[in-house]
Ligand binder design. Structure first.
Ligand code: CP
Ligand code: NVA
Length: 319
């Protein structure tokens, strides 16, 4: 394998946390996407790119994961570094050691921490007490690495964000929050179609709307899935019950009309993309015909987690 020593990078995120897209400029997001494309291209051509030799990522999981765990771990190894998987149940964290103490200790052993946790306060506390960068691998509020992989997928498929309408159908959850912010940052119109009472968080809607207006796009919330998806370039959905909220499963009775099925997608543009962060529940939030059909790009999305996270890690852990 050939080794590529350097790649021109035009953003400076060295030492920064990656907690929510709200903290990053449009230019930074665009630069990360451009770098991810280059890193993906090298990977597909079998060229090694190892700027993170000697760097170690600690990965704390308080919830299950397939994509986030494996893409971060493989990404660190491919970049020449190492990753340590830490299941919170096997840590003293699971026995009541505080997040503050955990932050201070781990900061002396590893170069960055990626965490998947519950409340967003936990990750903010970790970031406040750590002296190393913290990356959000999903909180109840945001899933920024997923939204970045989604932007990369849309860019690859459509070539631009301008003039596109992304419609998220389903629960106003962490994924919908990060999608609203991601759309607003790149100037893509975003509609959230959700049942009454399951709207996204009011503060995130307000923030996304103000960012979108600066970038010439709109953020809309509707309770009508049919009018929502009319003319959509992208239809996105996620599970109706997120991890850690299993006790709310009774809520799915309110989501029946929000299933992404053949009838609903007929209202989108012919060349619409179907997206889902995965894992998916076929015949609940989406039918087999749609997720396994020709417009679905869900596995490209999952693959892009690897490349965009390598771009993020390369910047944050830059020597
Ligand atoms: N989309 C996503 O974050 O998947 P995992 O839960 O498998 O990490
Ligand atoms: N909204 C989902 C996303 C899973 C990747 C959850 O939080 O469980």
């Amino acid at each position: 394998m050939n080794t590529v020593e350097a790649m021109p990078l035009n953003v400076n995120l060295k030492g920064q946390d990656f907690l929510t897209l709200a903290n990053f400029s449009t230019e930074t997001i665009q630069s990360l996407l451009a770098n991810a494309k280059k890193i993906k291209n090298l990977h597909l051509r079998g060229k090694s790119y190892t700027p993170l030799q000697g760097k170690i990522l600690g990965m704390i999981f308080e919830k299950p994961s397939t994509r986030t765990r494996v893409s971060f771990e493989a990404g660190m190894l491919q970049l020449g570094g190492h990753a340590i998987y830490l299941n919170s149940h096997d840590m003293q964290l699971g026995r009541g050691e505080t997040i503050e103490d955990t932050a201070k200790v781990l900061s002396q052993y590893v170069d960055a921490i990626m965490i998947r946790t519950f409340s967003h306060d936990i990750i903010e506390k970790l970031a406040a007490h750590a002296t190393i960068p913290i990356i959000n691998g999903l909180t109840d509020m945001f899933h920024p690495c997923q939204a970045m992989a989604d932007l990369l997928t849309i860019l690859e498929q459509k070539g631009t964000f301008k003039g596109l309408k992304l419609v998220y159908v389903g629960d106003g959850n962490n994924v919908s929050h990060s999608l609203m912010l991601a759309s607003a940052k790149v100037g893509m119109d975003c509609v959230i179609a959700c049942p009454k009472g399951f709207e996204p968080d009011e503060s995130v809607i307000k923030l996304a709307k103000s960012i979108a207006s600066e970038n010439g796009s709109t953020i809309k919330i509707t309770n009508d899935p049919l009018s929502g998806v009319t003319g959509a370039d992208i239809i996105y959905t996620d599970v109706w019950t997120s991890m850690g909220h299993e006790e709310d499963e009774g809520k799915i009775k309110y989501f029946k009309e929000y299933q992404v099925n053949e009838k609903l997608v007929m209202n989108a543009k012919k060349d619409y993309l179907f997206m889902h962060c995965l894992p998916a529940h076929r015949e609940l939030e989406v039918t087999k015909e749609v997720i396994d059909g020709p417009n679905s790009v869900v596995f490209q999305q999952a693959g892009n987690r690897l490349h965009i996270q390598k771009a993020i890690l390369t910047e944050i852990l830059k020597k």
